[in-house]
Design a protein around this ligand. Sequence first.
Ligand SMILES: *Cc1c(COP(=O)(O)O)cnc(C)c1O
Length: 455
Amino acid sequence: MNEPIQFFSTNLKAGNLRFHEALLKGQAPDKGLYLPVTIPRIPAEEILDFGRKEYWEIAYFVTRYFLNGEISDEELSAIARDSYNYEVPLEHVFGHKYVMRLDRGPTASFKDFAARMMARLMHYYLKTGNRHLLILTATSGDTGSAVANAFYGMDNINIVVLFPKDEVTDRQRKQMTTLGKNVKVLALDAKFDDCQALVKQAFADPSLDHLGLSSANSINIGRLIPQTVYYFYAYAKLASPGEQIIFSVPSGNFGDMMGGMLALKMGLPVKRFIIATNHNDEFPKYLISGEYSKIEPSRNCISSAMNVGHPSNLARLVALYGGTMDEKGIIHRAADMERMRTELWGISISDAETRTTIDEAWKHWKLLLEPHGSVGWTGLMRYIVEQDNKLLKDQLCVSLETAHPAKFPDEIKTITGFDPELPQSLQGIDNKPEFFADLPNNYSDFKSWLNTNFK
Ligand SMILES: *Cc1c(COP(=O)(O)O)cnc(C)c1O
């Protein structure tokens, strides 16, 4: 019963590992993604009892089901408390409909939830093994700042963030470049895909082995497990005994929705997940047809963090339904689509609808959404209209807001006519000094930069 949980690779060609090994490895050697062999169940009474606890305590109790035997209760509870020292508002909209704001962390995006706990767990295991890591991460915006912020100041981890110089907003850049200490930032004269390619090449380069390279991208199991917690939190705070809940999740790489799926498999009474994508509609199409084809190149939409033409976590979802999909998106064994359709509903939302919703939500309910959260909320409204109007009345529904509106001031201002107020975490950032190096888009320059800066 108290044996630590094992983790398997979705490509089924790598050995099973324990949590701390999967965490420090990131991707499995067969290029698959790690998932728990057995998914622990949380008794219904315990879930309801979470309603009386604070967010960080729920995080401790939920993640402990996965990390039992891997870390002491004292360490885990200290990590949970330190990771979640900010609010998680459940904003009432109308009837039994809510928006959960996952935007109050230090970088004002929901990626803080995963990055902060993963970073602290990595720090803990490295300290125990007296090891050091150098984390390389490529970002097109939010991931870089959340990850850099999460690892900031840790003594056994250095972090290098690569970003495409012309593709991030000033505010996104400043969230990375104003940190300093163990966070080094490289501005590349390149596209996001080029940054990613440089990072991958470095990982595959044996002459860099001495640097102890690791990744912190969205496929790390250490980012997934913390993302189960806010689903339990929302349910426990809002539901009555026996009630079911509907979540709407604005989705790109599907890390967020996989957190929800794990919560469902752990026993959370979820009636349906609405998976709302932008114009990158490969998933809604797959859900209907059972045939998967990725979108290359991905389509540019105003919900930019969701411009994903092949969600990296899709292989995990397919695995949960008994199928196999490799890293290229090829399905080797079909998933149980019938069951998937009863638990998930997919919808693609256009930029025009995304903007209309921001406008109407503000006018009707004083609900301030940014483009990603608007995709989620629009998905929820479409589900109710297209599937069952009766859900409008009593059904408990929660739509996720994944970024703070102040991260998209231009879009919001054009639509609503006002500038959203900066959250405290972003105040003052415009005037802080920035530190970063410019690099050309080529591997030998990147490699010699790494060798000069880290010995
Ligand atoms: C990353 C991100 C998403 C998409 O989350 P996934 O886990 O990749 O599906 C949505 N909204 C914002 C603001 C994000 O930063």
